[in-house]
Design a protein around this ligand. Structure first.
Ligand SMILES: [Zn+2]
Length: 285
């Protein structure tokens, strides 16, 4: 069995052109025992997590047509991603994008149902995700887009609210304290207006123009730059980053603001209802 895989590895390599160059190094290392399995082939691919990137119902729930982001080890040679189907066959995306950082992006084909996600690499090595990625319906997606969710997805407490003294200004939002690294999701889907960094204040921050609302929603002090692109649309509940303490901040927390139309520092005003809104979402989500 192992010998078989090794042979496959070699023939793939011969076909593979530039990818072969990388693996000549592996061959060199193993040349003393050319027949030994596991020496010639590169590292086994491993999936550590899958996240929805577009048309998302939740972080691990999408629809056919959604893009999923596959994280793991040794994914650099992945050339296909397959998904479960209702009849226990699989549907395969044969043109996934493999990013330079080793992350694989794949578009979910029609016919895929909830289940694990499998990557297949150039050497025919396969790996399945441990987590299940769920496939919802278009209606689920519409509902997700029209909904609300509490943005801090972990244990939290409320800190300063509107009007707290900040020396040269008064506080314009509500602080929610949570451990650094706690997942942050969009309380309301909409268009990403800003994904930026401000060393002297907001740290890494995101501003989202809430779909079908008069509001902009502002998330500050993220641990690192948000994965969402300016100009793109995110859905309610989609991951926009993790809690941090970047910028002018002395503890791990989300500083959250709600701004009225026409928007954040664009003619609108910060809303004093921000705490009430957060507590309402907190009560059901
Ligand atoms: Zn604050």
């Amino acid at each position: 069995m192992d010998r078989n895989r090794t042979k496959k590895g070699i023939s793939s390599r011969l076909r593979a052109g530039t990818a072969g160059v990388v693996c000549l190094l592996c061959l060199g290392a193993g040349s003393a025992s050319a027949g030994a399995a596991g020496v010639i082939t590169p590292g086994e691919p491993k999936i550590t997590d899958v996240n929805c990137l577009s048309k998302c119902i939740k972080t691990r729930v999408g629809i056919a047509g959604s893009t999923v982001k596959i994280l793991g080890d040794d994914l650099g040679q992945v050339e296909a991603v397959s998904f479960q189907t209702r009849d226990e066959a699989r549907v395969t995306d044969r043109s996934p994008t493999v990013r330079q950082d080793g992350v694989v992006l794949s578009k979910i084909p029609q016919g895929a149902v909830s289940g694990t996600i499998r990557v297949i690499d150039l050497y025919d090595q396969k790996a399945d995700s441990k987590v299940v990625f769920k496939i919802g319906t278009k209606k689920d997606l519409e509902e997700a887009q029209s909904g609300w969710i509490f943005p801090v997805r972990g244990p939290h407490t409320y800190g300063d609210g509107i009007g707290a003294d900040r020396g040269d200004h008064s506080h314009q939002g509500q602080d929610v304290l949570a451990d650094c690294g706690t997942r942050l999701v969009a309380a309301r889907g909409g268009k990403v207006e800003y994904n930026a960094y401000q060393a002297s204040g907001a740290g890494y921050y995101v501003v989202i123009d809430g779909a079908e609302t008069p509001y902009d929603f502002v998330y500050m002090h993220l641990a690192k730059r948000s994965p969402v692109k300016e100009g793109s649309t995110v859905t309610t509940g989609q991951k926009i980053g993790v809690v941090g303490t970047t910028g002018s901040s002395s503890a791990c927390h989300l500083h959250f603001e709600v701004w009225t139309a026409p928007g954040w520092y664009n003619g609108g005003n910060f809303s004093k209802s921000v705490t009430k809104m957060l507590k309402e979402w907190d009560s059901f989500s």
